[in-house]
Design a protein around this ligand. Structure first.
Ligand SMILES: Nc1ncnc2c1ncn2[C@@H]1O[C@H](COP(=O)(O)OP(=O)(O)O)[C@@H](O)[C@H]1O
Ligand SMILES: [Mg+2]
Length: 237
């Protein structure tokens, strides 16, 4: 008899762990931040006690989240890994979310890499492309040749760069939006204030619940990619 595939951890985090992208000691604070964002269940280990301590220190919250957050805002200094950590998360979300049930025929879900201008947005784009190419199990998800601004994946997800402008961010079905250096977007500019940009893309965000799925690897390309990284999945893997 086959063992059913059950995940009680967020699949993106399982994937990030298997990819080793948050493994180095220097990535532990970001790993904790992403675990809190996605409500990764805690274990009774010293490492997870440290994780809660760091979470409380950074957020003044004492209770570890039990439901994934829709938004996360990170105040981190220069070269603190903001763009790279978010790029890692963007790749994991794009590759390991089954968006099909949420889409109309012909529709795609977009992971938007948003920054003050296109040059800034390309920093995240280069990270994303590098991460996808680095891992053969993920590289096979890319459809055709990525352009300077857009990567199309086989699971009906597109990763795309955009300038922070409320007009250009409307109308998309968004799996996620990475708002890089949002604190430096224009606040005063009457025509395009930062708050209007965020208000413009918020209604487009999908919030799919990443429930455990049986035999995911057999039915969807993102499931097959996860399976290639994992091997067989087990409860709590
Ligand atoms: N936690 C980390 N561990 C190792 N290298 C890191 C870490 N955070 C950032 N870096 C390195 O620092 C550089 C800047 O990262 P980046 O994400 O672009 O910073 P930010 O967007 O916060 O300015 C990159 O070369 C990245 O690899
Ligand atoms: Mg940056």
């Amino acid at each position: 008899m086959r063992t059913p595939i059950l995940l009680d951890r967020p699949p993106e985090l399982v994937a990030l762990d298997r990819l080793g992208w948050l493994q180095a000691p220097s990535w532990q604070p970001w790993r904790t931040a992403l675990r809190a964002l996605l409500a990764d269940p805690l274990a009774s280990t010293d490492a997870d006690t440290d994780a809660v301590q760091l979470y409380t220190q950074c957020t003044a919250r004492t209770t570890w989240p039990t439901r994934r957050h829709k938004e996360g805002w990170f105040l981190v200094g220069r070269r603190g890994g903001k763009t790279l950590a978010m790029s890692k998360l963007a790749v994991a979300l794009a590759c390991f979310t089954d968006v099909t049930p949420y889409l109309a025929p012909g529709e795609v879900a977009t992971v938007m890499l948003l920054a003050a201008d296109r040059k800034q947005a390309r920093i995240a784009y280069r990270y994303v492309l590098g991460l996808l190419h680095e891992e053969p199990a993920l590289a096979v998800l890319i459809v055709g040749d990525p352009t300077r601004e857009l990567i199309r994946l086989r699971n009906r997800t597109v990763i795309e760069i955009h300038t922070a402008d409320y007009r250009s961010t409307r109308g998309y079905t968004l799996l996620a939006c990475l708002a890089d250096e949002a604190a430096f977007w224009s606040r005063e500019h009457q025509a395009n204030p930062d708050v209007e940009i965020i208000n413009a893309f918020r209604p487009g965000l999908l919030h799919p619940v990443l429930a455990a799925r049986r035999h995911l690897h057999r039915v969807r390309p993102e499931g097959r990619a996860l399976h290639r990284l994992h091997g067989p999945l087990r409860p709590g893997a």
